[in-house]
Design a protein around this ligand. Structure first.
Ligand code: SF4
Length: 340
C-alpha cells in the first residue's frame, strides 16, 4: 500500500453546543450535573459553550446585577473545572448579536402555538405572572437560534430538556421546507443524552442557591467541613446509639457519588448498627470533596490573579464563534431573499 493511500484524513469532529445561565458561583450540583460532562466532551467534539446571559434575563430581567456580577465568575469556574480554551470555544451570548438576528428571522415562520405549549412556559407562568413576558415566551426559540446558528449536531441535555431540542428540530425543519427545501441550510440537532449525576443539596432538596443548601465549587476546605458537619442526617438517629437508615439521610447521596464501594459498605453497616457516629460517617465525604476541589481552587487562583487573561480567552472564543455564526446568517439571509 502506498504511503498516500494510508493517509486517511481524520473525520471532522461533530459540533456540540451548550450554554449555562450565569446565576452565581457554580456549585457541586452544576459540576456533577453538567460541567463535568462538558469537560469530558471537549476532547471528542467541537464544543461551543456559552454564557447564556440573555437567557438569564428572561427570568431575572428585574435584577440586572445578578447577571452583571456573575458572568466572569462563571467563566473562571469553567476554566477551573478543566475546560480548555484550546479545545472548546467559550463565549458570551450577548456579545453575539447574530443570535438575536437569527432569532428574529426564525420568529417569522415559527407558529406561536409551538412556544405557548412548552411545558416550561405554562408551568412557570402559572406560578409567577411576572414571567408572562414576550422574552420568556420566546426563550425556546432563542435557544433554537443559539443552536442552529452553529449548525450544532448535538446538544447535551437532561431528559427534562429534551422538549427544547425537539422544538429546535421543528423550527429547523419548517425553515428548511419554506426557504431551502432543495438544499437545507439548518441541520436538525440531536439530543445528546449523557450520563450525569444528580447531587442533592445539604438538606436533601435539589442543590440550589435559592435554597441556601449548596457547596460552591470554590468553597474553602474549612467551609466545606463546616457545611457537611452541620448537615442534617436521618431524623430518626437522634442519639449516637440509635441505629439509622442511610436511605433517610441526605449524606448518603454524597457517599454514593464520592465514596468507593468499601466506604459505602462501611457507612451503611455502621449506620444501621449504630457502630459509627454521623461525624465519623461524614468525614470521608468531607475528605473527598476537599480533594476534588483542590485542583479547581489552584487553577481558579491563577485565573483570578490574571483577569485580563480570562477576558482574552472569552474574546478569542467570541470571535471564533462569530465567524461561524456570520457564515450561517449569510446563508439564511440569502435563502429568505435578504441578500441585498
Ligand atoms: S451514619 Fe451516616 S448515613 Fe447514617 S444517619 Fe449518620 S450521616 Fe446519615
Amino acid at each position: 500500500m502506498s504511503e498516500q493511500a494510508t493517509h486517511i484524513p481524520a473525520a471532522p469532529r461533530q459540533r456540540v453546543l451548550s450554554g449555562m445561565r450565569p446565576t452565581g458561583a457554580l456549585h457541586l450540583g452544576h459540576y456533577h450535573g453538567a460541567l463535568k460532562n462538558w469537560v469530558r466532551l471537549q476532547s471528542d467534539y467541537d464544543c461551543f459553550f456559552f454564557v447564556a446571559d440573555w437567557h438569564a434575563l428572561t427570568t431575572h430581567y428585574q435584577s440586572k446585577e445578578v447577571v452583571e456580577r456573575n458572568v466572569y465568575d462563571m467563566v473562571v469556574d469553567w476554566l477551573a473545572a478543566g475546560l480548555d480554551p484550546e479545545q472548546a470555544t467559550l463565549f458570551i451570548q450577548s456579545r453575539m448579536p447574530e443570535h438575536a438576528e437569527l432569532f428574529t428571522l426564525l420568529a417569522m415562520s415559527t407558529p406561536s402555538s409551538w412556544l405557548e405549549r412548552m411545558p416550561s412556559y405554562k408551568d412557570q407562568v402559572e406560578k409567577n405572572r411576572e414571567l408572562a413576558t414576550y422574552g420568556f415566551l420566546g426563550y425556546p426559540l432563542l435557544q433554537s437560534a443559539d443552536i442552529l446558528i452553529y449548525k450544532a449536531a448535538l446538544v447535551p441535555v437532561g431528559e427534562d430538556q429534551a422538549a427544547h431540542v425537539e422544538v429546535t428540530r421543528e423550527v429547523a425543519r419548517r425553515f428548511n421546507n419554506i426557504y431551502c427545501a432543495e438544499a437545507p441550510i439548518l441541520p436538525e440537532p440531536q439530543a445528546l443524552l449523557t450520563e450525569t449525576s444528580r447531587l442533592g443539596g445539604l438538606d436533601g432538596r435539589k442543590m440550589s442557591k435559592s435554597y441556601g443548601n449548596t457547596i460552591a465549587m470554590r468553597d474553602a476546605p474549612a467551609l466545606v467541613e463546616e457545611k457537611i458537619r452541620t448537615m442534617p442526617t436521618d431524623p430518626q438517629r437522634v442519639r449516637r446509639g440509635d441505629p439509622g437508615d442511610p436511605q433517610r439521610c441526605p449524606v448518603w447521596e454524597f457517599h454514593q457519588l464520592y465514596s468507593d464501594a468499601g466506604t459505602q459498605a462501611w457507612a451503611e453497616a455502621g449506620c444501621k448498627s449504630a457502630g459509627i457516629g454521623c461525624l465519623d460517617c461524614k468525614q470521608p465525604v468531607i475528605d473527598a470533596i476537599v480533594k476534588e476541589q483542590a485542583p479547581w481552587r489552584a487553577r481558579a487562583d491563577e485565573f483570578l490573579a490574571n483577569p485580563k487573561h480570562v477576558h482574552w480567552i472569552v474574546e478569542v472564543g467570541t470571535e471564533r464563534a462569530r465567524a461561524v455564526a456570520r457564515k450561517t446568517l449569510r446563508e439564511v439571509r440569502a435563502a429568505m431573499g435578504l441578500a441585498y
